[in-house]
Design a protein around this ligand. Structure first.
Ligand code: HEM
Length: 153
């Protein structure tokens, strides 16, 4: 089960990246050309948030049960984990970065429910999702990242 969930966690990154790009593009076009904030825009944000929250739940499970989170801290001690680049990445940096990004996505999605002008909705959504996307991009253990590298899928 652990391996299956790890694959799902890994695959969901692509769903999140695609949805974030679509949402950012839509809000950019919306704010620059004064388009209304449509039900479609709302749905893109909702699906992005759902994908991020499922990834978060699987991530918490992996962190608590798997070898790279809590277990590593218990085995090595927090001080040693912080000194080891790879252990620190999975036990602290990946979790912290992704948590911040998911909070930003959740706030960004909440903007669509507020009673504010559509152009402001587009603007706020754009910035929340853009910053979240950048944090996600630097927090993913891409195959080209030495030491922490993981497969594309
Ligand atoms: C947007 C959110 C997230 C994305 C896109 C993401 C992405 C990834 C990717 C691509 C991997 C490598 C998977 C593989 O080896 O094939 C990974 C591993 C991992 N992630 Fe995340 N992650 C996210 C959130 C989180 C969160 C919030 C946590 C912790 C609470 C977490 C904990 C972990 C752990 C512990 C591993 C290593 C698991 C293992 O190898 O046994 N992730 N993540």
């Amino acid at each position: 089960m652990y391996t299956g969930l790890l694959h799902l966690h890994s695959f969901l990154r692509w769903v999140i990246l695609v949805l974030a790009l679509v949402a950012i593009y839509k809000s950019y076009v919306g704010m620059t050309s004064g388009k209304p904030f449509t039900a479609g825009d709302k749905k893109t944000g909702l699906f992005l948030m759902i994908a991020a929250h499922i990834t978060l739940l699987i991530g918490i499970y992996q962190w608590v049960v798997g070898p790279w989170g809590l277990q590593n801290i218990e085995n090595m001690g927090f001080g040693e984990v912080m000194k080891d680049r790879v252990a620190r990445f999975y036990a602290v940096e990946h979790l912290t970065g992704m948590l911040i990004a998911i909070i930003l996505i959740t706030i960004g999605r909440g903007v669509s429910k507020k009673a504010i002008p559509d152009v402001v909705k587009h603007k706020k959504t754009f910035w929340f999702f853009l910053v979240a996307l950048l944090i996600i991009l630097v927090s993913i253990p891409w195959p080209f990242r030495t030491g922490i590298a993981r497969p594309w899928f």
